[in-house]
Structures are given as structure tokens and as C-alpha cells.
Design a protein around this ligand. Structure first.
Ligand code: C2E
Ligand code: MG
Ligand code: MG
Ligand code: MG
Length: 289
């Protein structure tokens, strides 16, 4: 009877479970094919100085150019890639493509700015990301200042000593490192100081509260002063309005990034912005008046 019951129970969940498993397996297969067929493309989003509007750098954001679905955003495949380990080869492809792009811009006389890449805990944990970066920089003859690394608070809080040592090696290479999505995890001040990173990138959730409530500003301001106390530069992500920009300038934020300046764009479309250099109007600083 017990056996009967188990069977029945199993059948009750059968359809849903089967659907979920097959769609996950299908996606895993597709992802593996995407890697072998090189279906990933890099979009670039500018980061600008908060006061002058001058281009400070670009963030590399991966997209999957799916043969049927078109451009697929990272939130729809990075979590799966992290759980299967596919992120290791996808991540390597991203750094490879960014270095090749930087080298190409440099060879064609474009005054390049640093490009940051996002690196997840799994990529650090597997080891070798420091060596991969070093060999790609050398292969493409790039100065280390041109490549930057973003890691999240939760990666930083990961207990693995591997992560700590690789972060230290990358840091020592002269590569600037950003703490991404700051404020959404639980990094300790001690850890922040120990890791000695360069930029605090405050999460969009905090930016979106600016200009709406005084408490949003107070919170943001306290993160800014904490970052400054640690000698870090402050970037605000997700800036969407002129009002948010104005508040951020007043709060002493160093750099901003968001749709108000530009959405992430493919390399060909970002090039005119690199050449333009100043991405918003500030009469005092504007070069191409
Ligand atoms: P992230 O590193 O925090 O990247 C910022 C995300 O916010 C990007 O989404 C960007 O398009 C979006 N964003 C920028 N400005 C605004 C704005 O003003 N308003 C709004 N609503 N959104 C804005 P995207 O490109 O979809 O990337 C999502 C996440 O995927 C990234 O978050 C990052 O964690 C991950 N990711 C992207 N590329 C890579 C990669 O190459 N490797 C790894 N490991 N993760 C990646
Ligand atoms: Mg990022
Ligand atoms: Mg972020
Ligand atoms: Mg984010």
C-alpha cells in the first residue's frame, strides 16, 4: 500500500517536475551550444564623472545572441551558468572579447577608457582567473589600468581563501576593483578594509530612492562617507533622472552610471560616445562647445 501511495504522490508532481527538468536541460544544452558557437556579445555602458560629465570608463555586460530569441539579458542565463559551471567559459569569453575590443580600439587610434568586467564568486573559486587576466593582458599588449574588475559584496564575504588570494593578486597587478551592488549584501567594514578595493558601486535600489524621500538621501550620504573614510571612490548605478544626478552631485558622489546617461550599447554604437568624451552638458567643462 505504501508503494502504491508513493507512486500516486510521484504522479501528482510528475508533469510539473518533468516540464521544469526538461526546460532546464534544454536550456543547459542550448547554453553549451552557445559557448561552442560563440553566441555571446558584449554591450558597453558608460560611467561618467558626476560633475563634469566626462567619460570615466565602460562596464562590459554580456548578452546571449540567441539564434531564435534574439538578444537575451544576463539575468536569464547567468544564474543557470553559475550553477552548472558554464560561467567559467562564458566569463573567460567575456574577458577575451573585452581585451580584443580594447586592443582594436587602441590600434585604430581611439583614446580608450578602462572597461570593467563582472566576475562571479564561482569564477574566483575555480581558480586561475588571475592568471587568465594576466595572460590576456599580455597577449593583447594592454596596460593593466585598462581592465577593471567588479565583484559583488557576497563574493567578497565568501570564506574561500582562494578568492582572497586571487583578489590580492589582481589588485597587485594594478587592476582597479569595484565592489558591485553595494548595500544589497552584508559585507563587514573589516572585510572592506582588508580587501583594499578602489570603488564602491552603490546599488540601483538606493539611487532610485533619491529625490523621493529625505531618508533615501540620508542613507546614501552615510554610504558615501563610509566609502570616503576607506579612501574609496563612489559610483552610483541606475541613475535615471536629472533630479537623481543633481542630488548625487550634491552628495559628493564621484561617478555615475545609468539610463540617464546611456543604456548599455554594442561596441559599434558606444564608439561615438567614447569619441565624444563628455556625455552630458556642463557649460564650464564642455569641450565641443
Ligand atoms: P550589474 O553588474 O549590477 O549591472 C548593472 C545592470 O543594471 C545591467 O543589467 C544594466 O543594464 C542595468 N542598468 C544600468 N543602468 C540602469 C538604469 O538606469 N536603470 C535600470 N533599471 N537598470 C540599469 P544587465 O546588463 O541586464 O546585467 C544584469 C547583471 O548580470 C549584472 O548586474 C551582472 O551581475 C550580471 N552580468 C552581466 N554581465 C556579466 C558577465 O559578463 N559576467 C558575470 N559573471 N555576470 C554578468
Ligand atoms: Mg556590474
Ligand atoms: Mg551593479
Ligand atoms: Mg546590479
Amino acid at each position: 500500500a505504501a508503494k502504491e501511495e508513493r507512486k500516486g504522490t510521484f504522479r501528482f508532481y510528475d508533469d510539473q517536475l518533468f516540464d521544469r527538468l526538461t526546460s532546464r536541460l534544454k536550456k543547459e544544452d542550448e547554453l553549451a551550444k552557445a559557448i561552442s558557437d560563440d553566441q555571446f556579445v558584449i554591450y558597453y555602458q558608460p560611467r561618467v564623472h558626476a560633475c563634469s560629465g566626462e567619460l570615466a570608463g565602460l562596464e562590459a555586460l554580456v548578452r546571449w545572441n540567441h539564434p531564435e530569441r534574439g538578444i537575451v539579458p544576463p539575468d536569464e542565463f547567468i544564474p543557470l551558468a553559475e550553477s552548472t559551471g558554464a560561467i567559467i567559459s562564458i566569463g573567460a569569453t567575456v574577458i577575451e572579447k573585452v581585451c580584443a575590443q580594447l586592443a582594436q580600439w587602441q590600434a585604430s587610434g581611439v583614446a580608450v577608457v578602462p572597461v570593467s568586467v563582472n566576475i562571479s564568486a564561482r569564477q574566483f573559486n575555480t581558480g586561475g582567473i588571475d592568471r587568465l587576466i594576466a595572460s590576456l593582458l599580455e597577449q593583447h599588449r594592454l596596460r593593466p589600468e585598462l581592465l577593471e574588475v567588479e565583484l559583488t559584496e557576497s563574493t567578497m564575504m565568501n570564506e574561500s581563501s582562494d578568492i582572497a588570494s586571487q583578489v590580492a593578486t589582481i589588485n597587485a597587478m594594478g587592476i582597479r576593483m569595484h565592489v558591485d551592488d553595494f548595500g544589497t549584501g552584508y559585507s563587514s567594514l573589516a572585510r572592506l578594509q582588508e580587501f583594499n578595493l578602489h570603488v564602491l558601486k552603490i546599488d540601483r535600489a538606493f539611487t532610485s530612492r533619491l529625490g523621493q524621500s529625505k531618508s533615501g538621501e540620508v542613507l546614501f550620504k552615510s554610504i558615501v562617507s563610509m566609502g570616503k573614510a576607506l579612501s574609496m571612490r563612489i559610483t552610483a548605478e541606475g541613475v535615471e533622472t536629472a533630479e537623481q544626478l543633481r542630488v548625487l552631485q550634491a552628495l559628493g558622489c564621484d561617478e555615475i552610471q545609468g539610463y540617464f546617461i546611456s543604456r548599455p550599447l554594442p561596441a559599434a554604437e558606444i564608439l561615438p560616445l567614447i569619441q565624444k568624451r563628455f556625455l552630458f552638458e556642463t557649460r564650464a567643462y564642455s569641450v565641443n562647445a
